[in-house]
Design a protein around this ligand. Structure first.
Ligand SMILES: [Zn+2]
Length: 184
């Protein structure tokens, strides 16, 4: 019994230590908020370059030259659950806002920041749920979507960004698989 429990305990610890999105791993993927008032009335300018980058990628990857993030606000705040570094709230009137934990942001690499913001925009703008599918590629477990409930970080993201972006906007997992085959 002890031996069977150990891997579970280790996996749980890894999950707790990893950067999670503000969605319960079990249950609803998007946090529905009752009420119709957002916490903020505009986006913190810290996030403007990431929104611009998201729009730029969306336009080039989807071919939709009119793509805009529009009325999705992003600000620093408390994602309410200790293991969550970001959250997408959707209010009862369908207004949306993203809250990012500043303590995480302040020490995160730029590519990791992008991965978290793009993941949250995946929920709040693209209406995507979590996708925790993995493949073993080159002996390593590879997340096939940046909508994984544990955020794709480090070289996993920075070395395979075009593949992940194609999956994010076009749901093309072959792009992620090929990216990892070409650059393990
Ligand atoms: Zn998420």
């Amino acid at each position: 019994m002890k031996n069977k429990l150990l891997p579970l305990i280790v996996l749980s610890l890894i999950a707790i230590l990893s950067t999670s999105c503000g969605m319960p791993i079990i249950g609803k993927h998007v946090q529905k908020k009752s009420g119709t008032s957002r916490l903020f009335s505009s986006t913190d300018s810290t996030f403007s370059p990431y929104v611009a980058q998201f729009e730029s990628y969306a336009k080039s990857v989807t071919g939709n030259s009119g793509f805009s993030v529009g009325d999705v606000l992003i600000n620093f705040g408390d994602p309410e659950v200790n293991t969550f570094q970001g959250v997408c709230y959707i209010y009862s009137n369908d207004l949306r806002e993203i809250i990012i934990r500043k303590q995480w942001w302040d020490t995160a690499a730029d590519s990791d920041r992008e991965s978290l913001i793009f993941h949250e925009l995946g929920h709040c703008k693209l209406d995507r749920d979590h996708d925790d599918e993995v493949n073993v590629i080159g002996g390593k477990s590879v997340k096939l979507s940046m909508m994984n409930s544990i955020i794709v970080l480090g070289t996993d993201y920075s070395n395979h960004r075009p593949g992940y972006l194609d999956e994010l906007f076009n749901r093309n997992k072959t792009s992620v698989i090929n990216a990892f085959i070409n650059t393990p």
